[in-house]
Design a protein around this ligand. Structure first.
Ligand SMILES: [Zn+2]
Length: 109
């Protein structure tokens, strides 16, 4: 997937359209307890997680790597827009599924 380095986009902090640079959010390494979990914040919020207190249904299970195999080729890549005026950044709500992404010239997988 190819993307421009900069784009004109609405900034919710400046409350107007500004020039914003595009970058990707750093991929967090998978945890030992949930190596294949789908850990996007949007998905967790939809499931009612990422808020409140308590255990939230997390109890101990056998390790996922013992009964699941990794078959996915593509990764979910979250694009982060950084405003040039206020230097604040905002990620998109839904991550894009892509094997590699090109922003300007730089390629990130
Ligand atoms: Zn701004």
């Amino acid at each position: 997937m190819k993307l421009p380095k900069e784009t004109q986009r609405y900034c919710p902090y400046c409350k107007k359209h500004t020039v914003q640079t595009i970058s990707t959010a750093k991929q967090r390494s998978r945890s030992a307890t949930h190596p294949l979990s789908r850990g996007s914040t949007a998905r967790l919020r939809l499931r009612g997680l990422r808020r409140g207190s308590g255990n939230q249904g997390r109890y101990s299970k056998p390790a996922v790597k013992n009964w699941k195999r990794k078959t996915k080729v593509t990764k979910r890549i979250t694009i982060v827009y950084t405003c040039k005026e206020c230097k604040k950044s905002k990620g998109i709500k839904k991550a894009i599924r892509s094997s590699r992404i090109e922003i300007g010239q730089t390629v990130s997988k």
